[in-house]
Design a protein around this ligand. Structure first.
Ligand code: ZN
Length: 173
């Protein structure tokens, strides 16, 4: 999934799972939600996307910064969860979209090749280091759009909910 979806999804989970949501906590959650993609510099969806590796990392960081543990874990795991979903581009949806914008077949092809090169993956190693098998759920355009739409809607709801919660607590305390 793209980084905007990762940010929004971690925002939703943070809102649901954290008590006393603050801007600072949400910032940690959202930064953590982007962290696993640092592996794009060597091998995307590597060990850094594995839930167990991320748990160990969160624990190690928690030794020093204990308060951040829950935030880090929510951000990390929200990333793993979303990256299980893969986009099925066998109909060349990306190329067609690009072609509508640039109206040039070969440039569109080039754009698709590049996007696929950076996002191509076979899922995530759910049980690494015990098992290196990669798990994924491939979605066609329609179901991918539904998942993305669902994330956006819940993010808006979470934002509205936080807003009103802050309003009311400001009034009563
Ligand atoms: Zn990723």
């Amino acid at each position: 999934m793209d980084w905007i979806s990762h940010l929004l999804f971690s925002f939703v989970l943070g809102t649901i799972l954290l008590k006393d949501v603050t801007g600072k906590k949400m910032a940690v959650v959202m930064v953590a939600s982007l962290f696993p993609d640092l592996d794009i510099f060597w091998h995307h969806r590597s060990e850094l996307h594995s839930p167990l590796v991320l748990l160990v990392l969160a624990l190690l960081l928690a030794i020093r910064y204990r308060v951040f543990f829950a935030q880090l874990l929510i951000g990390f795991w929200s990333h793993s969860a979303l990256d299980i979903f893969l986009f099925d581009n066998s109909n060349h949806t990306i190329q067609n979209l690009a072609n509508q914008i640039v109206s040039n077949e070969s440039v569109a092809q080039h754009i698709e090749d590049n996007i696929m090169r950076y996002t191509a993956a076979d899922g995530i190693m759910l049980f690494y280091p015990f098992n290196s098998e990669q798990f994924s759920i491939t979605l066609d355009e329609k179901s991918y759009a539904i998942v993305a739409g669902f994330i956006i809607v819940t993010a808006v709801l979470a934002f509205v909910w936080l807003y009103f919660k802050r309003e009311s607590s400001g009034r009563f305390t």
